[in-house]
Design a protein around this ligand. Structure first.
Ligand code: PMP
Ligand code: GLN
Length: 387
């Protein structure tokens, strides 16, 4: 029997697992350098690993409170205050989740009714279309246009209908690496306020910004009361396998998201919550250092991609650079990425799968640079085989 939610299977574009899992499996099967799925090949702060082990030894091994352990909720509230001047109540304004993935799913399930519409910017991170579909809602997209991934505010206006419930904004943005600027955020905030929409923002790359400044949408006038801000420890601390995230915002919205979360996972890994609280309180310097190193990796990879003739859009943030393979005479990113391991032993992700309008992204390929310099050097050397 087929899946009950046609959109879910359609989003997999003929693959049986997500594009990231598919590409990691392809890399493993072919011995390729994996610049596909976005995960670093170096673990985050060793003091956090020790804090996790210590939390286990101290007996934090049974179900923690559903909303999250108090020390982490307080650390998240302090983080929002110290970095962005946002007032968040650690008691009822923070919900700890199993990664940003669960936070996004719970937000959509909690805040959308069947038939509602969600507006997002394409290319969209893969879980947005799937989770919108799980919630029985419909995704309407506004296209970000290369080279600077700008959008037309009129297209945003046109995407909003009487059924629109919320705007789902990802900044810094995966896969493009765009950081939405103040003017763009003001235009999105203006639309939310004029049409009385909620906003859910996915800010998992908030600390991996190289150029420009990350600003939470919740900080704009009139937005705090209608915005749920989502983030995660995975990217900030180079610990993507921990899957500890959070959603924060006004108490009534967080209460609705909490109601959904309790039937998804109920609660999130107890010892890791303690270690993430430690990280938020104590590991700011390591985070800043890692972001600086990542900027150098971005340049290393982008220089290498440009040198082989790929039109490269150098990102301001995140783990990812996008190229347009049309500059190599290629027409189809999915086919290119499926053939790449055979052609030269490298794996990348076809960004075309993140588009509702496939023609808009047919020749875009995403490359992860969150890897050791020698791994990037090896990938670039192999890619020279394309010439
Ligand atoms: N949103 C975006 C934009 C991402 O790139 C990712 C992948 N890390 C997630 C959400 C999921 O984050 P997590 O691993 O914390 O679930
Ligand atoms: N966020 C990661 C990426 O964009 C993938 C996470 C996952 O595999 N779900 O590559």
């Amino acid at each position: 029997m087929g899946a009950r939610t046609p959109y879910l299977t359609a989003r997999l574009q003929g693959f049986t697992t997500t594009i990231f899992a598919e590409m990691s499996a392809l890399a493993a099967a072919t011995g390729s350098v994996n610049l596909g799925q976005g995960f670093p090949d170096t673990d985050g702060p060793s003091a956090m690993l020790e804090a996790a082990a210590e939390a286990m030894r101290r007996g934090h091994n049974q179900y923690p409170p559903g909303p999250g352990v108090p020390v982490l909720r307080e650390a998240v509230a302090a983080h929002q205050r110290d970095h962005y001047g946002l007032g968040v109540d650690p008691e009822d304004g923070v919900l700890v989740t199993s990664g940003a993935t669960e936070a996004i799913a719970a937000c959509l399930l909690a805040l959308c009714d069947v038939g509602d519409e969600v507006v997002a910017f394409e290319p969209t991170y893969d879980s947005y279309a799937a989770c919108t579909s799980l919630a029985g809602a419909h995704l309407r997209v506004v296209t970000l246009h290369a080279p600077d991934w700008a959008f037309d505010p009129e297209e945003l206006e046109a995407a909003i209908t009487p059924r629109t419930r919320l705007v789902l904004l990802n900044t810094p943005h995966n896969p493009t690496g765009k950081v939405f600027d103040q003017q763009e955020l003001a235009s999105i905030a203006g639309a939310c306020i004029e049409h009385d929409l909620l906003a859910v923002t996915d800010e998992v790359y908030e600390h991996l910004v190289f150029d420009g400044v990350h600003r939470p949408l919740a900080g704009l006038p009139g937005m705090a009361e209608r915005t749920i801000t989502v983030s995660s420890a995975g990217k900030t601390f180079s610990l993507t396998g921990w899957k500890v995230g959070w959603a924060c915002g006004p108490a009534p919205l967080v209460a609705a998201v909490r109601a959904a979360k309790q039937f998804l996972t109920f609660s999130t890994a107890a010892p890791l919550q303690h270690a993430v609280a430690f990280g938020l309180q104590r590991c700011g310097e390591e985070v800043a250092r890692a972001a600086g190193e990542l900027a150098a990796r971005r340049d290393q990879l982008c220089d290498g991609l440009e040198a082989i003739g790929l039109r490269t859009f150098r990102p301001d943030a995140t783990y990812f650079a996008t190229t347009d393979i049309a500059s190599l005479g290629e027409q189809d990113a999915v086919r290119f990425c499926l053939e790449l391991p055979k052609r030269c032993g490298v794996v990348a992700v076809p960004s075309s799968v993140f588009y509702q309008h496939p023609e808009a992204g047919r020749t875009f390929v995403r490359w992860a640079f969150c890897k050791r310099p020698e791994v990037l050097a090896e990938a670039v050397e192999r890619l020279q085989g394309l010439l």
